[in-house]
Ligand binder design. Structure first.
Ligand code: 5GP
Length: 182
């Protein structure tokens, strides 16, 4: 029996999801983060098993074949997916936060209709681009790709349960916490 809610959080790269999720978990230590598997290379500050499980393409494809994913998607030339077992194990203790993009969110909604889907919007497209540049780890080509993808992702917000704006991370986190406590 699962005790908690499945909470899906999506939003374009650079929208500040990581910061918002961090504030939410700081305020509600019972919330757990679902650690995804990915084939992309770790960024300098990322820890295997904490931010992601970093796996090879071969391993990821074995996991797909074995039905080990609650959802998965291939984007930005890499695979990303939610290992089912760890999400279910965490849900036995409380609500679980999934930081995933819209293709994955749609799969979650289909297999778990009770999941709560929240889409985070940037205050503006100009601000999103400014934040992407501010990260410093993204090339011009990647920025153009991420902005194109951001447009597509934002079009998907219409079928999410809730749309919030990250004008201020603290305020945005409080708004989502209120939504998931309803
Ligand atoms: P990044 O490479 O910047 O960490 O993440 C890129 C995108 O992949 C983000 O939009 C993030 O939400 C999404 N993502 C991360 N993990 C998963 C996952 O397990 N499944 C899906 N579908 N998307 C994911």
């Amino acid at each position: 029996m699962s005790k908690g809610k499945l909470v899906v959080i999506s939003g374009a790269s650079g929208v500040g999801k990581g910061t918002v999720l961090g504030i939410m978990m700081g305020k509600r230590p019972d919330l757990r983060f679902s650690v995804s598997a990915t084939t992309r290379a770790p960024r300098p500050n990322e820890v295997d098993g904490v931010h992601y499980y970093f796996v090879t393409k071969e391993r990821f494809e074995e996991m797909i074949a074995a039905g080990e994913f609650l959802e998965y998607d291939a984007h930005a030339a890499n695979y990303y997916g939610t290992p089912r077992a760890q999400a279910e194990e965490k849900m036995a203790h409380g609500s679980v936060l999934l930081d995933i993009e819209p293709n994955g969110a749609k799969q979650v909604k289909q297999s778990a209709p009770e999941a709560v889907l929240v889409f985070i919007m940037p205050p503006s497209l100009e601000e999103l681009e400014r934040r992407l540049r501010g990260r410093g780890d993204t090339s011009e080509e990647q920025i153009a790709m991420r902005m194109e993808r951001a447009h597509w992702e934002m079009e998907q917000r219409t079928w999410y349960d809730h749309v919030v704006t990250n004008d201020d991370a603290e305020r945005c986190a409080d708004e989502i916490l209120k939504i998931i406590s309803e």
